[in-house]
Design a binder for this molecule. Structure first.
Ligand code: 45M
Length: 330
């Protein structure tokens, strides 16, 4: 089988990208954040503390004829932005882009942290990292990708995220109409469970490309691009008036600034992020000070190729016995 689902940015800053996911019988459709940086499929639910639900769609297992409680199973997940959620586990029928996992572990939230409550556009997450990252206890549960991979024509999913418009995630097929040129593949290190790869270098504006190994993860669940201090400083040195603000917790500049393109290498290929993608958003609504889409990864401990980078490319997440990432321009 193969399938495709549209994915839309939840707001004008492309803060996250959601997909419709059908759960249960009859179908309950929730908008989930497909996240290659984690491996839990969890949802707002009828079991979620009422005061922590604010406009989200919820999954009510008792209304699904195919739901089953997984006795004794619990989960608790913490994300890189310090957000958290936790609860219990059901299995149910889950369909994404026309592809069904008949008995998918659906982690039902009993509690979620404030940043989830305040985001009415996201009804939960669908993790597409490796199973080793799954938080369920006493034993991990397989991701949706792991459950369907055996039925896919090809053991892959692809990401075609776009700036301020709908893109798509495809499953089981590589649609060559969605990219230009050719795909360049790079090895993935699956320890500890991210899609971790080594970029071959970077270029800032019209400056010479710098060949250097940059280890990072391809993370659809992280909004921005986080790289080593030296690269980030070199980039903002070309933006007059840019500064690393303690007040705002990162690099800021005048919203009217002209930002250079940023190129990152994958093998011999080069992906160009338009400078405009690095003007992320005003620090507060209406401010003329803007927060950069490229930030320092020092405090994280690993580089993250988040949505700012991913939306400049067509990316193949290849889950074959030798996992790898394919990158192309578009
Ligand atoms: O949590 C992570 N990615 N997904 C999401 N972030 C926020 C909601 C979902 C994440 C993963 C690895 C590293 Br290293 C840093 C962050």
């Amino acid at each position: 089988t193969s399938g495709s689902v549209a994915t839309s940015p939840i707001d004008s800053s492309d803060d996250a990208y959601s997909i419709p996911v059908s759960i249960g019988t009859p179908a309950q459709v929730l908008n989930l954040d497909l996240d290659t940086g984690s491996s839990d499929l969890w949802v707002f639910s009828s079991l979620t503390t009422a005061s922590e639900v604010n406009g989200q769609n919820i999954y009510t297992p008792s209304k699904s004829s195919t739901s089953k409680l997984v006795s004794g199973a619990t989960w608790k997940v913490k994300y890189g932005d310090e957000s958290t959620s936790s609860g219990v586990v059901y299995t149910d029928k889950v369909t994404v882009g026309g592809i069904t996992a008949s008995s998918q572990a659906v982690e039902v939230a009993k509690t979620v942290s404030a940043s989830f409550t305040s985001n009415s556009d996201i009804d939960g997450l669908i993790g597409m990292g490796f199973d080793s990252l799954n938080s369920a206890k006493p034993s991990a549960v397989p991701t949706f990708f792991d459950n369907i991979i055996g039925n896919l024509d090809s053991p892959v999913f692809t990401a075609d995220l776009k700036h301020n418009k709908a893109g798509s995630y495809d499953f089981g097929v590589i649609d060559s109409s969605k990219y230009t040129g050719s795909l360049t593949y790079v090895a993935v290190d699956t320890d500890p469970g991210y899609w971790k790869f080594t970029s071959s270098g970077y270029g800032i504006g019209s400056a010479a490309f710098k060949s250097t190994s940059v280890v990072g993860i391809a993370d659809t669940g992280t909004t921005l691009l986080y790289l080593d201090t030296a690269i980030v400083k070199a980039y903002y040195a070309t933006v007059s008036g840019a500064s690393n603000s303690a007040t705002y917790g990162g690099w800021v500049f005048k919203c009217s600034a002209t930002l250079p393109n940023f190129v990152f290498g994958v093998g011999s290929a080069k992906i160009t992020i338009p400078g405009s993608y690095i003007n992320y958003s005003p620090v507060t609504t209406g401010s003329s000070t803007c927060f950069g889409g490229l930030q320092d990864s020092t405090d994280i401990g690993i580089n993250i190729f988040g949505d700012v980078a991913l939306k400049a490319a067509f990316v193949v997440f290849d889950g074959s016995d030798t996992p790898r990432l394919g990158w192309a321009s578009k």
